[in-house]
Design a protein around this ligand. Structure first.
Ligand code: ATP
Length: 211
């Protein structure tokens, strides 16, 4: 019997994409034998209300640069447009309509699993996909507690052994603002892009969310 093909869905703000994201996607892609891992930079992140984010187009380009050369990785702008918060459940519904035969595997770090019950319609998300969770340094989360709060997650949660890279986009932005190097925290082409566009030099980006 042939198994349904599995496609990894990796949503994030990616402001900027860094080696923590890439190592997570690579480890999950390999461990769960995903045909593709598709990165979906989010236009208006619903989990970060009030937090200014860089222009969507810049985050898209950095993600594109970051994944270049990995044959399993791809990028989509499906979640990029729009001023309204974009909900994961809606994204998954759209993707499912496009590839109805695939099992969707939504990839998150442990901090996102911890917050997952507070997301918009977590049971709806769990019904649309499997959830693959990677470790994040400094974050302890009890999957049983999460499943108790989101019953649809039962039997749909994969805890994947992933490299623990203590890197966050917040720290990267702070380092750039402080004039500290971010080399080796992000892929070199992303580093070049940040320097050439003079990103993250101010406390808030000049035009939040503009494209
Ligand atoms: P910020 O610091 O701005 O909040 P971030 O580094 O957490 O950003 P996001 O784009 O918000 O990056 O993260 C997208 C997804 O990647 C989330 O599910 C998050 O848990 C996961 N992730 C980010 N960094 C890591 C990391 N170093 N290790 C494992 N997972 C990570």
């Amino acid at each position: 019997m042939t198994r349904a093909r599995r496609v990894g869905i990796f949503g994030g703000t990616f402001d900027p994409i860094h080696h923590g994201h890439l190592a997570l996607a690579e480890a999950v892609g390999q461990a769960l034998d995903l045909e593709h891992v598709i990165f979906y930079p989010v236009g208006t992140p619903p989990h970060k209300p009030g937090a200014p984010v860089s222009a969507a187009q810049a985050r898209y380009r950095m993600t594109e640069l970051g994944i270049a050369g990995n044959e399993r990785f791809a990028i989509s702008d499906l979640d990029l447009a729009g001023e309204a918060p974009s909900y994961t459940v809606d994204l998954l519904r759209e993707i499912h309509a496009r590839v109805p035969d695939a099992t969707l595997v939504f990839i998150i770090g442990a901090d996102s699993l911890r917050d997952f019950p507070t997301w918009h319609d977590p049971d709806g998300i769990a019904r649309m996909c499997r959830l693959a969770v990677g470790a994040r340094p400094g974050v302890e989360v009890d999957p049983d507690q999460i499943m108790a709060r989101v019953p649809a997650l039962h039997d749909r949660l994969d805890l994947v052994e992933t490299p623990r890279l203590d890197i966050s986009a917040t720290e990267i932005r702070q380092r750039v603002r402080a004039g500290q190097s971010i080399r080796y925290l992000v892929p070199d082409p992303v580093w070049d892009f940040i320097r050439s566009r003079k990103l993250y030099r101010q406390a808030s980006p000049p035009s939040p969310n503009s494209r």
